[in-house]
Design a protein around this ligand. Structure first.
Ligand code: AMP
Ligand code: MG
Length: 401
């Protein structure tokens, strides 16, 4: 596998999605709306109510019946506030009405108060012609009982959860969380809070991925730090394959002598892909160890970030049943020149300033700070150069969470 050409990103994603299809999570659970954010709907959410449940006023104003009305001022026969149940409209009168209040039976239009005048005798003069139905939100104009409001596989955010609340739901049925064992590899790694030895550095990938996994609805099993040792790597992968849906690792997947994770995965597992035609992120290694898929991200913080955001993310969403896994992206005008074409597709940390994408000055894959500075990734295709003013695809980081 090591001698084969670098794998294009699209091919890697399609292999990951094919593997995800074989690993789709079947179980679901019912959770309260308050904790359902970022989870994935297991069943269609079907409306039990018409919305609105009754015709109501879109304005503060006056409700009247236009049929047979000659445009003359009308006396006010009742007041209807939101939350009240009105009487039927007395013929030849109008009703004072407020936004959200049910429209009285017999009324077929509401005029906003700004277009009316209260005469000395208390009658209401309507200043301009009206059309039937104006300023009335019809019953069921948003949805009818029985409509499918959200399809299974929908990721739940504030909007979707509010849709469920509007139907009176307190709970939703969601796909169970993927259980992801998170393993950092590297003899040099030390956890924050511990003293730093000479030659060591703090483990930042664990914190990055712990939060990111949670944001994608996963339950994280923190498997700690693994030394660069083939025997220990085999043992640990062997332990972790039980009770997990995915083992996610960082580091140890390049071609160096200490890159044990990749070696073990290729020798003892079933490799799915290694060596991508992207920068950063080339060493990404995916395979199956025993029963469980392993996604081996490169250790450099930005390589881990790019490969998790572009590849592991789609895998984790798809096993939860999400169909639409591609992040939204758009074309931006670049405010920089990229004169040297690359053989791999590059993902540059960039910020949008004055409508142009500008680059973080240090694009090294070891530099984490650039991601925090940036708004997202500018994609520079293989063999492509850019001049300032040309356009390139931009993937906002917000789309990757
Ligand atoms: P590797 O992919 O194991 O060759 O690691 C590449 C680089 O990333 C090395 O400089 C590592 O020290 C660094 N690195 C690996 N894992 C981590 C981690 N968990 N947190 C921060 N840096 C890391
Ligand atoms: Mg390493």
């Amino acid at each position: 596998m090591s001698g084969s050409p670098l794998l294009p990103l699209e091919e890697a994603i399609s292999r990951l999605l094919a593997m995800a299809e074989t690993q789709r999570l079947q179980d679901s659970e019912t959770v309260p709306l308050s904790v359902a954010r970022q989870r994935v709907l297991a069943n269609d959410l079907v409306a039990t109510l018409d919305l609105p449940p009754w015709p109501n006023s879109a304005m503060d104003g006056y409700a009247l019946n236009l049929e047979g009305w000659d445009g003359q001022p009308l006396p006010v026969s009742q007041q209807v506030f939101a939350g009240q149940v009105p009487e039927a409209l007395t013929p030849g009168t109008c009703a004072r009405i407020f936004t959200g209040a049910p429209v009285p039976k017999g009324a077929n239009a509401v005029e906003m108060q700004e277009n009316t005048e209260v005469l000395d005798d208390g009658r209401i003069r309507f200043k301009q012609p009206l059309i039937p139905g104006c300023n009335i939100r019809a019953q069921g104009q948003e949805n009818r009982a029985g409509d499918v409001l959200l399809h299974a596989g929908k990721r739940l955010g504030p909007f979707e959860l509010a849709v469920a609340a509007a139907q009176g739901c307190t709970h939703v049925q969601v796909v169970r969380r993927p259980r992801v064992a998170l393993l950092s590899t590297g003899n040099e790694l030390v956890e924050p809070g511990m003293p730093l030895r000479p030659g060591s550095l703090y483990n930042s990938n664990r914190t990055l991925l712990n939060h990111w996994l949670s944001a994608l609805g996963c339950e994280v099993i923190d498997a700690g730090i693994l030394p660069d040792d083939a025997r220990q790597t085999r043992l640990r992968l062997d332990q972790l394959q039980h009770g997990t849906d995915l083992i996610l690792t960082t580091g140890g997947v390049s071609a160096g002598d200490a890159d044990c994770l990749g070696q073990v995965l290729r020798e003892c597992g079933k490799p799915l892909l290694w060596k991508l035609s992207i920068k950063p992120g080339k060493p990404l290694t995916v395979g199956q160890f025993g029963k469980v898929p392993v996604i081996g991200l490169p250790g450099n913080p930005t390589s881990a970030l790019v490969t998790f955001g572009l590849l592991a993310r789609v895998y984790l969403l798809r096993i939860q049943g999400v169909e639409d896994v591609e992040p939204l992206s758009f074309a931006v005008t670049v405010g920089f020149a990229w004169p040297k074409p690359g053989s791999r597709r590059e993902y540059l940390r960039a910020r949008l300033e004055g409508g142009r994408a500008v680059l973080y000055p240090n694009q090294s894959s070891g530099v984490l700070l650039g991601a925090s500075w940036a708004d997202g990734l500018v994609e520079v295709l293989e063999g492509r150069t850019l001049q300032a003013g040309e356009t390139a695809r931009f993937i906002p980081f917000s789309e990757l969470f």
